[in-house]
Design a binder for this molecule. Structure first.
Ligand code: BTN
Length: 126
């Protein structure tokens, strides 16, 4: 069984916390990115997401969430799946799209970055 709730770190060193997932699969949380495409000072940013609740998910649910960056005028959407790997460790395999704000429609072609991130659970020291 893979649960989204808790603290996670990804391959870039970014941290996120996902709060309780509701019965409908809705969740919120916060994201502290380790990197930025801007020259702004990084700040903790809110995220809102949704987890697939279909019984076919077999304890390894698909999900999506949006991070609305508090320190930049861009938005990132993540989509992925919560897996239990061969060692029994929970891992979030995601892809993301980062949409930057453009001054005009002519620049739309260069507005979107794409990538992957792998998240593992942050072990707390209790
Ligand atoms: C910005 O630079 O405008 C906001 C921060 C974007 C951070 C990106 S989102 C995808 C990738 N994964 C991360 O953890 N951080 C970067």
């Amino acid at each position: 069984q893979c649960s989204l709730t808790g603290r996670w770190v990804n391959d870039l060193g970014s941290n996120m916390t996902i709060m309780a997932v509701t019965a409908n699969g809705i969740f919120s949380g916060s994201y502290h990115t380790a990197v930025t495409a801007t020259s702004n000072e990084i700040k903790l940013s809110p995220l809102q997401g949704s987890m697939q609740k279909s019984p076919n998910q077999k304890g390894q649910p698909t999900f999506g969430f949006t991070v609305n960056w508090s320190f930049s005028d861009s938005i990132t959407v993540f989509t992925g799946q919560c897996f239990v790997d061969e060692d029994g460790k929970e891992v979030l395999k995601t892809m993301w799209l980062l949409r930057s704000h453009m001054e005009n429609i002519k620049n739309d072609w260069k507005a979107t970055r794409v990538g992957i991130n792998v998240f593992t659970r942050l072990q707390s020291l209790e």
